[in-house]
Design a protein around this ligand. Structure first.
Ligand SMILES: Cc1cc2nc3c(=O)[nH]c(=O)nc-3n(C[C@H](O)[C@H](O)[C@H](O)COP(=O)(O)OP(=O)(O)OC[C@H]3O[C@@H](n4cnc5c(N)ncnc54)[C@H](O)[C@@H]3O)c2cc1C
Length: 289
C-alpha cells in the first residue's frame, strides 16, 4: 500500500474542481484532483452554453475539454476514482483511494449537484441498521438477515461475502445483467420503495407492497452525501455551508461549485473554485491551529 502527501486534494474534476486545482498549482502547491469518468456529467449534457463570458455558443463538452487541457498543460495530477470517506488526522486529512492512503493538509469538495439518496430517510437511519459498506459492517450481522441494494455489479462481491456469515441475504440490483453469484443469495426482481422501521431498520417495502423483514440494510454504489464523506461537515438544506472564503465549518475543508448552492452554473463554479484554491493554498502554508 502506497502513501502520498499533498497540500491540496480536490474532489471533483468539473469546472469548480479544475479551477481550484489551477489556482492552487499557480501558488506552488502540491495538488491532486480525484474525479469520476467522465469528468462532470452535467457538462457533457449541456449542448450549448451561452452565458460563459468570452466563449459563447460552446457545448459543455467543448468547454470542459478546454478546462481539462488547461489543467493538463500545468501538469496537474488528475486520477479517476470516487472517495467515500475522509478522516481528520489532527494534522490534516487522510483518504483511501483504491489501495493508496492519501494525506493532505487541505481538502476542496467540488462534487457537483447535491446528493440524491436512493431511498427516503437514509440520513435518519444511517448507523441504525443502515450502512453503505457491507464488508465493513458484516460481523455485526452474523446469523442475521440483511438486504443489499446495489447500483452496480460491485455489490455482487459484497453479497457473496455476506452470505458466508448471514442467515439470509437478499440482493436487489438496480442495474441490468446480474452476474453469477453464490446460489444462497436471494436475488429479487422487485425494486425497493421505502425503509420500514421507526428508530431502526426493521424491513424494506418493495414496489409490490410486500415488506421484507431485515436486520440490516446496505445501499451500495449510490451517491455519497458530503456530510457522510467528511463526518461533521455542516450542511444547509442539501448544500455544503460555506463562508465567502469557501471555507466550511471544518478547518482546512473548503467547498466550491454546485455543491455549495444555486445558481448551478459554470461561471459561479469557476469563481468559487478560484477562491477555494487560493484559500486552501494559504491554509496549507500555515500551521494548523
Ligand atoms: C443539461 C444541462 C445544461 C446546462 N447548461 C448550462 C448553461 O447553459 N450555463 C451554465 O453556466 N451552466 C449550465 N449547466 C450547469 C453546469 O454544467 C454546472 O453548473 C457545472 O458543471 C457545475 O460544476 P461543478 O464543478 O460544481 O460540478 P460537476 O461539473 O458536476 O463536477 C462534479 C465532479 O465531482 C466528481 N465527484 C462526485 N462525487 C465524488 C467523490 N465522492 N469523489 C471524487 N469525485 C467526486 C464527479 O465525478 C465530477 O467530476 C448545465 C447543466 C446541465 C445538466
Amino acid at each position: 500500500m502506497r502513501h502520498a502527501d499533498y497540500d491540496v486534494v480536490v474532489l471533483g474534476c468539473g469546472p469548480a474542481g479544475l479551477s481550484a486545482a489551477v489556482n492552487a498549482t499557480i501558488r506552488n502547491k502540491k495538488v491532486l484532483v480525484i474525479g469520476g469518468d467522465p469528468c462532470s456529467p452535467p457538462m457533457h449534457k449541456a449542448q450549448k452554453i451561452d452565458n460563459y463570458l468570452g466563449l459563447p455558443a460552446t457545448s459543455g463538452a467543448e468547454l470542459l475539454k478546454r478546462f481539462m487541457d488547461h489543467a493538463q498543460a500545468m501538469d496537474i495530477e488528475i486520477v479517476n476514482g470516487k472517495v467515500d470517506l475522509i478522516n481528520d488526522t489532527g494534522a490534516g486529512y487522510q483518504l483511501l483511494l483504491q489501495d493508496e492512503f492519501i494525506n493532505s493538509k487541505t481538502i476542496i469538495i467540488a462534487t457537483g449537484v447535491p446528493y440524491k439518496s436512493t431511498l427516503p430517510r437514509e440520513e435518519e437511519l444511517l448507523g441504525k441498521g443502515l450502512g453503505y459498506c457491507a464488508t465493513c459492517d458484516g460481523p455485526l450481522y452474523r446469523d442475521k438477515t440483511v438486504m443489499l441494494i446495489s447500483h452496480n455489479e460491485e455489490g455482487e462481491n459484497e453479497a457473496d461475502f455476506m452470505v458466508q456469515i448471514c442467515r439470509n441475504v437478499y440482493y436487489v440490483p438496480l442495474y441490468k445483467k446480474v452476474g453469477t453469484m453464490d446460489a444462497r443469495v436471494k436475488v429479487l426482481q422487485e425494486r425497493p420503495r421505502e425503509i420500514v422501521g421507526e428508530n431502526e431498520v426493521t424491513g424494506v417495502r418493495m414496489t409490490n407492497d410486500q415488506v421484507i423483514p431485515v436486520d440490516g440494510l446496505f445501499i451500495l454504489g449510490g451517491e455519497t452525501s458530503p456530510s457522510r464523506l467528511v463526518p461533521g461537515l455542516e450542511m444547509e438544506d442539501r448544500h455544503i455551508k460555506v463562508n465567502r472564503k469557501q471555507e466550511t465549518n471544518l478547518h482546512g475543508v473548503l467547498a466550491a461549485g454546485d455543491c455549495t448552492g444555486k445558481p448551478y452554473q459554470v461561471a459561479k463554479s469557476i469563481g468559487e473554485g478560484q477562491v477555494a484554491g487560493l484559500q486552501a493554498s494559504l491554509l496549507a502554508s500555515q500551521a494548523r491551529p
